[in-house]
Design a protein around this ligand. Structure first.
Ligand code: DAT
Ligand code: MG
Length: 151
């Protein structure tokens, strides 16, 4: 469906390093549609809820502390297979295992500074979008380029 949605977030390292426009450009140029965006410094409750699946793992405290340490650009992107292909654009969790051409492959080295989050499946996408956004913060619209991106 061209209506599939993924939660994509630029983490504090990406914001501090001036990568907001670069990352947004990549999704925009692909043909995906931005339907939600905000910049927030998440509190610990939000960070822990976001990364709930990793609770108890050795890196959990570092991970949630880092997410709460600064600005996060939270976004919802829409388009055909945006969840799976968004992950392809982002690259592997370990940037040193990410292919060149991916966001993490092009810009990152350490796992704890891998700059960007993307939902890993339909259930996590739905859960994360609901966690970070009110329904009224999501824009419903048809892109003027719709028929030039989709046949
Ligand atoms: P991803 O962000 O690719 O979905 P994930 O959900 O497995 O990866 O983990 C969330 C974040 O936690 C990841 O972006 C970086 C950090 N992380 C994951 N595994 C780690 C590990 N083994 N050591 C340190 N940090 C890790
Ligand atoms: Mg993940």
């Amino acid at each position: 469906s061209t209506k599939e949605r993924s939660f994509i977030a630029i983490k504090p390292d990406g914001v501090h390093r001036g990568m907001i426009s670069n990352i947004i450009s990549r999704f925009e140029q692909k043909g995906y549609k931005l339907v939600g965006i905000k910049v927030i410094v998440p509190g610990m409750d939000l960070a822990k809820a976001h990364y709930a699946e990793h609770e108890g793992k050795p890196f959990f405290n570092k991970l949630t502390s880092f997410l709460t340490s600064g600005p996060v650009v939270a976004m919802v992107w829409e388009g055909k297979e945006v969840i799976k292909y968004g992950r392809t654009m982002i690259g592997a969790t370990n940037p040193l295992a990410s292919a060149p051409g991916t966001i993490r492959g092009d810009f990152c080295v350490d796992m704890g500074r891998n700059m960007i989050h993307g939902s890993d499946g339909p259930e996590s996408a739905q859960r994360e979008i609901a966690l970070w956004f009110q329904p009224s913060e999501i824009a419903e619209y048809e892109s003027a380029t719709q028929s030039w991106v989709y046949e």
